[in-house]
Design a protein around this ligand. Structure first.
Ligand code: NAD
Ligand code: LMR
Length: 325
């Protein structure tokens, strides 16, 4: 049984994500934190008849109590995009939010698994790592950037083109979580679905810019929340399974120093040096155990990795510089 804290729980992602976590039989305590609206959201969710206990924490003064004893902390706190913005445009607001929340994690639950949803993930994860390092409590095996929505989209968008494809089939997506840093590995299902080169290019572009479809459709009212809540819950469930001793694999944006030799496979394809990258990993009770290889990448996918690595290197530098200031 695990204790899960959601920071930003009253937001567009936070509410449905908290609802889904409330359905888990493996959660004993669900702590909901936000700077606004939290008591109402928590009171509502707390009436659902599953065994976990729901508590509301609102405002900085209650953050310590929210985090003390938390095993998993999920962070969807921060502002979302509006049409015309990139995820990097969110850095100015969200970098500080993530820095301060992770400082509180370092002080109150330094051994928790930390799952970062707040954008730009390519930079907020390095910020979190720097804060944990400054506090002397950094364990890179326990820090994750949640890029699961890219995998969810990849499988669903393949199904849109090939109705015989099972949308539940996992397609690895590596690199980062923004535009051309998102690298879907469609070759992993090419034997089953047979796409032409042109179709692969179109599909890859759709997966890379899938977030824009939602931002445009919401027309100023934010970005993906419901599909993200599903993706976030899927990810949290994988962590819970791993904590409970079931070997689990996920793709996540992590500090690749956890397994230097495992990362060699990807490093050789990168144009720039990257300390963080989304890769398939096996996770166990203590977090990331191994970076897993992806075999038989196509030349097209290798080129995507090269392009992604240059942008990610810059995103990492922005995050690290911000946190070290
Ligand atoms: P939202 O505005 O609906 O909700 C954000 C919530 O964060 C609000 O309730 C707000 O009060 C809260 N918040 C702000 N500052 C806080 C602080 N200091 N402490 C605690 N809570 C705070 O936004 P949303 O649609 O839920 O999106 C949240 C973030 O998730 C955005 O940055 C968005 O870009 C990102 N996102 C990431 C992915 C992904 O795949 N990783 C997908 C979708 C959205
Ligand atoms: C997404 O991929 O939907 C999120 O990162 C939100 C966004 O800004 O597109």
């Amino acid at each position: 049984m695990v204790n899960v804290a959601v920071l930003g729980a009253a937001g567009g992602i936070g509410q449905p994500l908290s609802l889904l976590v409330k359905l888990s039989k493996d959660v004993s305590s669900l702590r909901l934190y936000d700077i606004v609206r939290c008591p109402g959201v928590a009171a509502d969710i707390s009436h659902i008849n599953t065994n976990s206990q729901v508590q509301a924490f609102e405002g900085n003064a209650q953050l310590k109590d929210c985090l003390t004893g938390a095993d998993i902390v999920v962070i969807p706190a921060g502002v979302p995009r509006k049409p015309g913005m990139t995820r990097d445009d969110l850095f100015g607001v969200n970098a500080g939010i993530v820095r301060d929340l992770v400082q509180a994690i370092a002080e109150n639950c330094p051994k928790a698994f930390v799952c970062i949803i707040s954008n730009p993930v390519n930079s907020t994860v390095p910020i979190a790592a720097e804060v944990l390092k400054k506090n002397g409590v950094y364990d890179p095996r326990r820090l994750f950037g949640v890029s699961t929505l890219d995998l969810v989209r990849a499988s669903r968008f393949v199904r849109d083109l090939r109705p015989s494809f099972d949308a539940g089939t996992e397609i690895p997506v590596i690199g980062g979580h923004s535009g051309n840093t998102i690298v879907p590995i469609i070759s992993s299902v090419q034997n089953a679905v047979h796409f032409s080169e042109e179709e692969i290019k179109t599909l890859t572009h759709r997966i890379q810019f899938g977030g824009d479809e939602v931002v445009q459709a919401k027309n100023g009212e934010g970005s993906a929340t419901l599909s993200m809540a599903y993706a976030g819950y899927t990810f949290v469930n994988s962590i819970i399974r791993a904590m409970n001793g079931t070997p689990t694999t996920v793709c996540s944006y992590i500090d690749v120093s956890v397994d230097q030799s495992g990362f060699e496979h990807y490093k050789n394809l990168c144009a720039d040096q990257v300390e963080y990258f989304s890769v398939p990993v096996s996770i166990g009770p203590n977090g990331v155990e191994k970076i897993l290889p992806l075999e038989n990448l196509t030349e097209f996918e290798k080129d995507l990795i090269k392009t992604a690595s240059s942008a990610i290197a810059q995103n990492i530098a922005s995050g690290v510089n911000f946190a070290r200031k």
